[in-house]
Ligand binder design. Structure first.
Ligand SMILES: N[C@@H](CCC(=O)N[C@@H](CS)C(=O)NCC(=O)O)C(=O)O
Length: 339
């Protein structure tokens, strides 16, 4: 009898251990904490920057607000942590931040060597060069021998070396930890060019004393699919962040704006009804309320609204939609369906 109960205890202990998740439940932790901690660049107009009233603004910011709205029904239930490129992955892995939404490129090395997972793409970018117009350089191929300012621990640093090597050009690379330092050096004439993602160049150019005296060269030397990432090893949290982003993109395709949600609750379109939580149990399967996506869209708008407000043609950055248009409108922005 005694032996049987010992055996039973061992079997139970084994079963319990086997059924316990191999990772912490991030979503449960975040719900208990009451807010989402979001790692951002923090100094890039259009993507993440505080306005003069201390309000965080930008495309990267809105993605985190959408997740907060999906989880808590409250887009303000989020705190932001500015991170340098060198700090960003460790901050995510260590749990200092729950999401990284920081002009970060989805690459194979980032997926396989950094312990993080990209949930999707929120902005398709590519690397370019900013040069003083007075240099008269018209093409990046004319930059051999140039001193180039670039951020350390970024794909930008690797790509510029590749581009110069591939074209048998001489590179004098000057690296900096923050964009503010790199741009200050560029503006002081310590570099002949500043290189980073082209949206970043457009933003930085506007912050220069004389934006008109600087030009962005035509070449796009790399693919930079920028998107939110989470720490590897927690599928539930990964799904929450991934499907919030997908919901924002699907909402644009379905014509669901921040302003017409109430009206569209009467829609007979099943895809709209699923998105708004009126059919199916998609919210429950994520561990969220039925109206998770409706709350996210109501808070920040669909992907197109987010794009236009922060970086689009009517914003300060004036970036055309280009490849970031929906797939059905000539771009590559495409979200798997909610079904
Ligand atoms: N996408 C590249 C570059 C990332 C990066 O650090 N970009 C700069 C300039 S576009 C940035 O966001 N800096 C943050 C800031 O200036 O606040 C990568 O993932 O390595």
């Amino acid at each position: 009898m005694r032996r049987i109960s010992t055996l039973t205890a061992i079997v139970f202990a084994f079963l319990f251990a086997a059924s316990a998740p191999a990772y912490a439940d991030k979503l449960a932790d975040i719900k208990a904490k009451g807010f989402v901690q979001c790692g951002v660049g923090g100094d890039l107009p259009g993507f993440s920057k505080q306005d003069k009233d201390g309000q965080w603004r930008g495309l990267d910011i809105d993605i985190c607000r959408a997740v907060a709205a999906a989880v808590f029904g409250d887009a303000q239930a989020v705190k932001f942590t500015p991170l340098t490129a060198a700090e960003r992955f460790e901050a995510l892995r260590s749990g200092k931040v729950d999401i990284l939404s920081r002009n970060t490129s989805w690459t194979m090395a980032h997926d396989t060597q950094r312990g993080v997972r990209f949930v999707g793409v929120s902005y398709y970018d590519g690397q370019g060069f900013l040069v003083p117009a007075r240099l008269g350089v018209e093409s990046a191929k004319g930059l051999s021998g140039a001193r180039v300012c670039v951020l350390s621990s970024t794909t930008s640093e690797l790509n510029v070396a590749d581009f110069f090597a591939a074209n048998a050009m001489i590179l004098q690379k000057k690296t900096f930890k923050t964009a503010a330092e790199a741009v200050a050096a560029y503006e002081a004439g310590e570099c002949d060019a500043y290189t980073t993602d082209r949206a970043g160049l457009a933003a930085r150019r506007l912050g220069l004393k004389e934006p008109g005296a600087h030009v962005v060269l035509p070449e796009i030397i790399s693919k930079e699919p920028l998107g939110p990432a989470v720490a590897a090893g927690d599928d539930r949290w990964f799904n929450v962040v991934r499907w919030t982003l997908m919901a924002l993109i699907n909402a644009e395709e379905l014509g669901v704006f921040s302003t017409n949600i109430e009206e569209l609750k009467k829609s007979r379109n099943p895809a709209i009804r699923r998105l708004l939580g009126l059919e199916g149990d998609f919210g429950a399967k994520l561990g969220l309320p039925k109206d998770w996506a409706a709350k996210a869209i109501a808070a920040v708008g669909h992907y197109g609204e987010i794009y236009d407000r922060n970086v689009g043609p009517a914003s300060k950055l004036k970036l055309k939609r280009g490849v970031n248009a929906l797939w059905s409108q000539g771009g590559v922005m495409y979200a798997p369906p909610i079904r």
